[in-house]
Structure formats: C-alpha cells, structure tokens
Design a protein around this ligand. Structure first.
Ligand code: SF4
Ligand code: SF4
Length: 526
C-alpha cells in the first residue's frame, strides 16, 4: 500500500523541486494549425518556461520574521476549515481537500496547463496538492506521522511564497472542476489560497486590492473615476448616441422607483463607451424604466474581492445592495461583466439577506427577453459579417447562462458560428480572476504567452475559412474578457492581418436595429 501511495505521489512534482530557481525564459514554438492561410499557419507563440516565484518575493528579514509569517499562514489555514470563519466555501473546500483521487482527469481540461506545454507547476492538482500536504501535516491530527505516508513537506518561507505565487497562475475558470469525476474544485482551492494570503499576510496583487477594491471603496470606482468624472463621460456618451441613433438618447441618473438599476463595469465607460451607449438605446427603445446610480461605488459594478478575499467582496456587494434599496428599484441588472455576475448574483447570496436581498438579474437574460418579445425592429442583414461568441466562464460554467446569448445571436447575426468547444466547455479568455487588469510583474506577459493562448486558437479556428480581408467580430459579453481578447488580438496583430475585431453583445444588437441613422459597429483597418 505504501509503495502504491508513494508511486502515485511521485507523479506529482515535489514542492521543493527546482522549478522556482529556473529563470523566466521563452522559447519559440510554431503552432501547427489546420487552416488555409499563411497567417494562421505561421502564427508563432512564445512558450513560458517557468519561473513564477519572483512575483511574490517578500523575503522575511530574519528567522523571527519568517516564523511570524509561518504562524500567520497556519492560523489562516486553520480558519479556512472553521465554519465561523469560512462562511462562503467550507463544504466544497472540505470535499476538494479530502477526496481527490489523483486521477489527473482535470489536467487535460486546463487551458493554462495545456498552453504552457504541460508544465507540472501548472497542473490543476499541483497547487492543490501542496496545500493538501501542508494541511494534512500541520493542521490534521497525527499529521507529522501521516505525512511520511501521504507526502511530506517542509513549511518555510520559500514553500509558502511559492504557493502564493502559484495561486496567481490559475484563472479560476473552473474548467477542471467541471470534468472532475468527484467534484473536486481546484479553482476553489486556488481562491482559498488567495484569500488566506490576503487576509493573514496582506499579500494580493496591487491591481486587484489597492487599485481595485480599496480605490473603489474610497473613490467610488476601481477606475479611479469619481462620480463627477463618470457623469461627464456619460454625458458625452449620450451626445454620441443621439448623433448615431438620430433621436434623443437619454441616460437616466438616480431615478427613484425605476424598475432597474443597471450596474456597468466602470471600465466600459473608459474603454468601451459604445457599450454603455448601446445599453441605453436598447432599454429606451424597449420602453424599460431604468437608471444608473451616481453614488460612490454605485456606478461601478466590479467586485474584485470575488477573486481573492470574501471580506472585500462583502464590502462592495453590500454597497451595491444598499444603493439599490435606497433607490427603491425592483431589481439590479448586471451589465456585460462576468465576474460582477458571479459576485453579486451567486457569492453575495450569503451576505445580502433581509431587505438587502434585492433581485439581481443578468443583462443577457433581459436582452434575450427584449429580442424575443419583438419590441425592437431588427434588420439582421446589417450584421452581415462573420461573428463568433466567446463564453465568459462565470456566465456559462458558473451560472448556466448558455442559451440566451445564442438565441440573440441567431436572431441578429446571420453569419454566427460557434467556437470549438463552446458553452460550458469553452476556454477562458485568459484574463479571468484578475489577469485582464494585472500588468505588474510579469502578469501581462504571462497572460499573452500562456493563459490566453487557447482562446486565440479558438478565435482563429472559428474564422479559418473566411478570407483575410473580410471583417470578423468576436462577441465577448464581458468587460474583462474584452480586455483580454483585445490584448491578444493586438499582440498577434490579428486585426491588421486578418481583420478580426471584438466587442460586446449590445453593440451587435444596436447594429441590427432598423431605422438608426448610423451603424454602431464601424470596422477600422485593425
Ligand atoms: S481533482 Fe478530480 S480530476 Fe483532478 S486529479 Fe483529483 S480527482 Fe482527478
Ligand atoms: S481553474 Fe482553470 S486555470 Fe485554474 S487549474 Fe482549473 S482549469 Fe486550470
């Protein structure tokens, strides 16, 4: 038995292996792609070779400080397994920690592992197994004894720093969880590691904590925009949309008693204002009573806590619900932002109780209702170009919202085609769990070279039979996914070389609306 166990565990690379000492290298690898054009056949990727440890180097000054960090780590680890301290995820965490069969079915499903060239450190079960070994040895009864049989590990600063780093090399896409025969969720384990480091050691990437949650709670938005700046930008959007539509488009603020409070990811206002404008045109044309909020945090639907810290998540979710309650709206509508869907409709369910439990709905579902109701006059021939759909992980895999966006596309985009695979099996854009907005250390490079790679291949494949010069549209109904797809298309010059463009769902809907003065989608040269 012992021999079998040892043999099984020898498949998993020991945590103290040499991987962290190797330098970050890159190597060229030509993807052999079954496509017809030179562009597709000759696209070249850099393969990311490994060193991931530097990003979280925060060396303790001396042994005493190291011990202090280790005590904090172990205390946090204990809390993850206590009901009063882990109100969000105790049950699935226990299942995931106790019942992995080491079958490695999950490995074949992980886009990061695959795109890295199947490097052991990116195997979904790798970081989970590191945490399991620490948990078994240092938290469970008779741990030191059982560690000899089930996999030993030394607890020191190097080990936990590597673990923190590894938690930021997974996009939390949970594709691995969807194939595990037992229901083990390696994405959840990653999330719990991130939480432990954030809450006990104050370690979290600055883009999601300092510039994200902290800035959102302090200034009003993770973009750094205060209420006045947002209102100014939206006024400009109103003017642009009025010009485009040929009728007065109004974007209401703080309308008490409106049916809907629409929460946009404020990144849309800055980077994709046409998305904000398209929502306004559709809701106005459908005769829906709606409003935006100008209150601090109320005009930014992002909630980065969902990626790394439940307490930070709760702070932002409570603000969103309080604002909706004050405005006396019937429901909160979440715009095209996948993680905001997860944060407010799923995870915040544990926090929003009593009169704060205001109904929350995905915009994709409402848009489907609007389209199917016939309230909009549509002319699909206006979208007479190839369209493919990117499925944000949080919408499809987490929430099961798969068909509404497809029903819409089948109605408005005659040249719509699926990616392979799609729906609940779709690949993450590579920017999940914060990577889309993380540019410090080597995060941006890692995303381009590793985590977004599968997505790029899917996009190229969806359009492989189209002539290069024909404009093509990747519909990505999520702000972070759009950012990630934008970056990878730019990096590989896909716009310029193959006329591939990206955008949201509402822009396509407005583009198909009959009677508007100008098209919403104007393809540039790329
Ligand atoms: S997480 Fe599930 S699929 Fe992966 S090795 Fe464990 S049991 Fe197998
Ligand atoms: S959650 Fe996604 S990125 Fe993370 S290990 Fe699983 S499949 Fe890989």
């Amino acid at each position: 038995m012992v021999v079998v166990l040892l043999a099984v565990f020898s498949l998993i690379v020991a945590v103290n292996a040499e991987y962290v000492s190797s330098n970050l290298k890159s190597q060229k690898a030509t993807q052999v792609m079954n496509t017809q054009t030179d562009f597709y056949a000759n696209i070249t990727f850099n393969v990311y070779e490994g060193e991931v440890y530097k990003a979280f180097r925060m060396e303790p000054k001396n042994k005493e400080e190291e011990d202090q960090y280790l005590r904090a780590f172990l205390s946090g680890l204990k809390k993850l397994f206590q009901k009063k301290n882990n109100w969000g995820f105790l049950q699935p965490l226990l299942l995931s920690m106790e019942h992995c069969a080491k079958c490695q079915t999950c490995s074949g499903s992980c886009p990061v592992f695959e795109a890295s060239g199947r490097k052991e450190i990116y195997r979904p079960n790798f970081r989970s197994e590191v945490l399991r070994r620490i948990y078994r040895k240092y938290i469970k009864p008779y741990g030191k004894l059982s560690a000899k049989l089930t996999g030993d590990i030394d607890l020191n600063w190097t080990t936990i720093a590597r673990l923190a780093e590894l938690a930021y090399r997974c996009t939390l896409c949970r594709r691995c969880a969807s194939v595990c025969p037992i229901g083990v969720d390696n994405g959840l384990i990653t999330h719990e590691i991130r939480k432990l480091f954030s809450q006990e050691l104050g370690i979290a990437p600055k883009e999601i904590h300092d510039k994200g949650t902290v800035q959102q709670l302090k200034v009003g938005s993770s973009t750094g925009m205060n209420s006045m700046a947002v209102k100014d930008s939206v006024e400009f959007i109103e003017e642009e949309m009025t010009e485009l539509a040929g009728f007065k488009v109004e974007i209401p603020w703080d309308k008490e008693g409106a049916e809907i409070l629409l929460l946009h990811n404020a990144g849309e206002v800055l980077s994709w204002p046409e998305n904000v404008g398209a929502f306004a045109i559709i809701l106005q044309a459908a005769g829906i009573s709606w409003t935006l909020s100008s209150e601090s945090v109320g005009y930014d639907g992002v909630n980065y806590g969902v990626w790394y810290d439940d307490v930070q998540l709760a702070r932002v979710a409570l603000k969103h619900a309080e604002i909706a309650k004050k405005l006396k709206v019937k429901k909160i509508l979440i715009g095209e932002c996948g993680h905001a869907h997860k944060a407010l409709t799923i995870i915040a369910d544990r926090v929003l109780t009593g009169d704060l439990n205001i109904p929350r709905e995905s915009a994709v579902v409402l848009l489907d209702d609007i389209i199917q109701s016939g309230k909009l006059r549509l002319d699909p021939s206006r979208n007479n170009f190839p369209v493919t759909l990117h499925d944000p992980c949080n919408l499809v895999r987490l929430m099961g919202i798969v068909e509404p966006q497809r029903r819409i596309l089948r109605r408005i985009a005659p040249k719509f085609r699926e990616m392979t695979p799609h729906g609940v099996d779709n690949y993450c854009c590579g920017g999940g769990s914060g990577f889309a907005i993380m540019s410090s250390y080597n995060f941006a490079e890692w995303r381009i070279l590793v985590s977004s790679r599968k997505k790029l291949l899917q996009i190229l494949d969806a359009f492989k039979n189209e002539p290069l010069e024909v404009p093509k549209y990747v519909c990505a109904p999520c702000s972070n996914c759009k950012g990630s797809i934008r970056d990878i298309l730019e990096y590989y010059r896909a716009g310029e070389r193959s006329h591939i463009h990206y955008g949201g769902l509402v822009e396509l809907i407005v583009n198909a609306m009959d009677g508007l003065k100008q098209p919403m989608i104007k393809f540039d040269a790329g």
